[in-house]
Design a protein around this ligand. Structure first.
Ligand SMILES: Nc1ncnc2c1ncn2[C@@H]1O[C@H](COP(=O)(O)OP(=O)(O)OP(=O)(O)O)[C@@H](O)[C@H]1O
Ligand SMILES: [Mg+2]
Length: 396
C-alpha cells in the first residue's frame, strides 16, 4: 500500500471524528449555549417581520469569537423557516465586500438583480437595488457583518443611504442588522447613521472559562465519537481560550486541530499533549499569515534582518538593516523608503511580534536599538516563500 492510500485509509477508519464538519468555523450548531439572551432579544426584534412589518434596525457588538455571526445566522435561519419567501434575507460580509459598490452589488444580487463587478456609479447601483427591491415587494432583512472593515476602508456613505432607504421605498421595506467587533466603530460613524443603525443594540460579552467548557462539550458531542476526548482536553482548550478574551473560535480551533493531530498520529484518544501541539501549530500558522500579508517594504526589512543574523552580526542596528534593505530595493527596482520610515516599520514589526527591537545604551554614543528576529526560520521561509517579487534576491 503506498503512502497516500495509507493516509486515506486512516481517514476512512477515523475513530476520532464522527463529524468533523461540526467543528468548522462556519458551521452553525443546533444550540448556542449561553447566548439564549441574545437569541431571544434578536428574535423579538425581528418578530414583526412575521406580520410583514418592518423590524427595527439592530446593532450587535462584542469582541471576536463571542458568537455574533453565529447568533445572527441562527435566528435568521429559524425566521426564514417560518416566513418562507415573504422575507428576503441577505448576508453581506463587509470584510470581503469592503467598498460601497460591492456592498450594494451584493445586496442587489440577493434581490435577483445582476450588477456587473465594476463599471457603474455607486448611485446607479443603488438605484438598481431599490428598483429590484420594489419589484419584489418584500421585506428585506440585511445583515452587514464585520461592518468596521467597510467603514474604515470606504467610510459610511453607503450606510447613510441604507439607513434612509425606507423613505424611498413604497412597495417594499428594509431592516438592517449591523455587526462589529470594534467597539470604537461608532466614533467613525456619522451620528445620524449611528442613531438609525442602533435603534436596538445587543451586546455580546466575552465567554467565561465555564461557558467555553459548555460550548465545547456541546460541539464535541456532534463532532467526536464518545469517549475519544481525554478528560482534561476540553478544560485545557477552554482555559487557553479564556485567557484570550473568551474567544469561542479560538477554543474550537484548538479542539479541532488537536483532534486532527491525534488522528495524524494514529492515536485512539485526543490527549492534553495534542492540545499543546495544536496551540503551537496555530500560533505558527498565524505568524506565517502575518508575514505573508505584510507590505513589500516590511518584508524586505524582515529579510534584511534575517540575512544579517545569518551572517553572524551580533548587534543588528537600524542602520545596518537599512543598508541591506536599500541594496534589495535596488535589486527589485523599488524606490527605498527613508531610514526614518524603515525605523517605524521596525517598530511595527516589533508590535506584531515578528522582530524584537530592544533599546540599548551605548554610553556616550547615545542609545540605539538592537534588533533580532523573533520568529523561526521555518515560519519566515513559509511566509516569504510565495512572494514572487522577492524570489530573485541574492540572500547569500
Ligand atoms: N454559544 C456558542 N455555542 C456554540 N458555538 C459557538 C457559540 N458562540 C460562538 N460559537 C462558535 O464560535 C465560533 C466563533 O463565533 P462567531 O463566528 O459567531 O464569532 P463572532 O462574534 O462573529 O466573531 P468576529 O467578531 O470575529 O466575527 C463559530 O464557529 C461559532 O459557531
Ligand atoms: Mg463574525
Amino acid at each position: 500500500m503506498d503512502i497516500l492510500d495509507e493516509l486515506f485509509q486512516k481517514m476512512l477508519e477515523s475513530r476520532i471524528f464522527k463529524n468533523r464538519e461540526a467543528l468548522r468555523p462556519d458551521h452553525v450548531p443546533e444550540t448556542l449555549p449561553h447566548r439564549e439572551e441574545q437569541i431571544l432579544k434578536l428574535a423579538g426584534i425581528l418578530a414583526p417581520a412575521l406580520q410583514g412589518a418592518r423590524p427595527s434596525n439592530v446593532f450587535m457588538y462584542g469582541k471576536p469569537g463571542t458568537g455574533k455571526t453565529a447568533v445572527a445566522k441562527y435566528v435568521l435561519r429559524r425566521l426564514n423557516a417560518k416566513v418562507g419567501d415573504k422575507v428576503a434575507v441577505a448576508y453581506v460580509n463587509c470584510r470581503e465586500a469592503d467598498t460601497n459598490y460591492r456592498v450594494l452589488a451584493d445586496l442587489s444580487s440577493s434581490t435577483g438583480v445582476y450588477v456587473p463587478f465594476t463599471g457603474l456609479s455607486t448611485a446607479e447601483v443603488l438605484r438598481r437595488f431599490i428598483n429590484g427591491l420594489e419589484k419584489e415587494g418584500k421585506l428585506m432583512i440585511a445583515v452587514l457583518d464585520e461592518i468596521d472593515s467597510l467603514v474604515k476602508k470606504s467610510g459610511d456613505a453607503v450606510l447613510y443611504h441604507l439607513t434612509r432607504i425606507n423613505e424611498k421605498l413604497s412597495n417594499s421595506k428594509m431592516a438592517l442588522i449591523g455587526i462589529t467587533n470594534d467597539l470604537r466603530l461608532t466614533e467613525y460613524l456619522d451620528p445620524r447613521v449611528k442613531s438609525s443603525l442602533s435603534e436596538e443594540e445587543i451586546v455580546f460579552p466575552p465567554y467565561s472559562y465555564e461557558e467555553l467548557k459548555d460550548i465545547l462539550e456541546a460541539r464535541a458531542k456532534e463532532a467526536f465519537y464518545p469517549g475519544v476526548l481525554n478528560e482534561g482536553v476540553i478544560p485545557l482548550c477552554a482555559a487557553l481560550a479564556a485567557r484570550e478574551h473568551g474567544d469561542a473560535r479560538k477554543a474550537l480551533d484548538l479542539l479541532r486541530v488537536a483532534g486532527e493531530i491525534a488522528e495524524r498520529e494514529g492515536a485512539t484518544k485526543v490527549l492534553e499533549e495534542h492540545v499543546k501541539k495544536a496551540q503551537r501549530e496555530i500560533e505558527r500558522d498565524h505568524v506565517v499569515d502575518v508575514i505573508r500579508t505584510l507590505p513589500v517594504h516590511s518584508k524586505l526589512v524582515v529579510l534584511s534582518t534575517y540575512v544579517l543574523e545569518r551572517k553572524g552580526v551580533r548587534e543588528i542596528t537600524t542602520g545596518e538593516i537599512y543598508a541591506v534593505y536599500r541594496k534589495y530595493c535596488k535589486e527589485i527596482g523599488v524606490e527605498p523608503l527613508t531610514q526614518r520610515r524603515v525605523s517605524d516599520l521596525i517598530s511595527e514589526l516589533d508590535m506584531l511580534g515578528i522582530v524584537n527591537a530592544k533599546v540599548i545604551s551605548r554610553g556616550r554614543y547615545g542609545r540605539t536599538r538592537r534588533i533580532r528576529l523573533s520568529i523561526s526560520e521555518q515560519s519566515l521561509k513559509e511566509g516569504l516563500g510565495e512572494d514572487t517579487i522577492l524570489r530573485g534576491l541574492s540572500i547569500a
